[in-house]
Design a protein around this ligand. Structure first.
Ligand code: E4P
Length: 217
């Protein structure tokens, strides 16, 4: 499963990218607003830093304007993925981008039927939002499992990009469900490295090693 960082904070991204484990980035209007920066400038900076796909979301809701915005975003760099909302106009724009060979990420997906339409529109990625379904008492992860089944049934090539993942349990479940990618807030990526038994075990190993008085180098 590819790991994408869900952030427009370039300082945090640079730190995460040093691990060599970040496969791509997703942003959205909320994250751009949080960064306090211009979308074109921040997307350019992220694309130069990260080799993989970088999603930048259109702000328009009407088809022609979406296409114009998407084409402008795509010109920033070859690894830009045009992110569009899962609406009728969004899917019409997805088809146009797809026919031009541009990468797309259809976002705000909350049902299997929406995902099916995104795949039929030729989306490169579809982003089902797990946490926001959980927030209102539904089983968000079941959506990932169901989309996996449908995409496998019909051999759709659209990648399932599990989004709105809030903790490491979500990440593990998305991987078990067969999501192709997961986009994660930096805090969740950092939490993936952690286990109290790792810390405890290392403490013991270091103390025992010190007692030997040896040095490997
Ligand atoms: C990514 O594409 C989404 O915008 C993001 O994962 C949404 O997460 P949230 O529901 O925690 O805001």
């Amino acid at each position: 499963m590819l790991i994408f960082a869900d952030t427009a904070d370039t300082a945090l991204l640079a730190e995460l990218n040093e691990t060599g484990l970040i496969d791509g980035v997703t942003t959205n209007p909320t994250l751009i607003a949080k960064s306090g920066r211009n979308i074109l400038e921040v997307t350019r900076e992220i694309c130069a830093m990260i080799d993989g796909p970088v999603s930048a979301e259109v702000a328009a809701t009407e088809f022609e304007q979406m296409v114009a915005e998407g084409e402008k975003l795509a010109k920033i760099a070859d690894n830009v993925v045009i992110k569009v909302p899962l609406t009728v106009d969004g899917l019409k724009a997805t088809r146009v981008f797809s026919d031009q060979g541009l990468m797309t990420n259809v976002t705000l997906c909350f049902s299997v039927t929406q995902a099916l339409l995104a795949a039929k529109a030729g989306a490169t990625f579809v982003s089902p939002f797990v946490g926001r379904l959980d927030d209102r008492g539904e089983d968000g992860m079941q959506l990932i499992r169901d989309i996996r089944t449908v995409f496998d049934n019909y051999e759709f090539e659209t990648a399932i990009l599990a989004a709105s993942l809030r903790n490491t349990t979500h990440v593990a479940q998305a991987a078990i469900a067969g999501a192709d990618c997961a986009t994660l807030p930096p805090a969740v990526i950092k939490a993936m490295f952690q286990h109290d038994l790792t810390d405890k075990g290392l403490e013991t190993f270091l103390a025992d090693w010190a007692s030997t008085g040896q040095s490997i180098l």
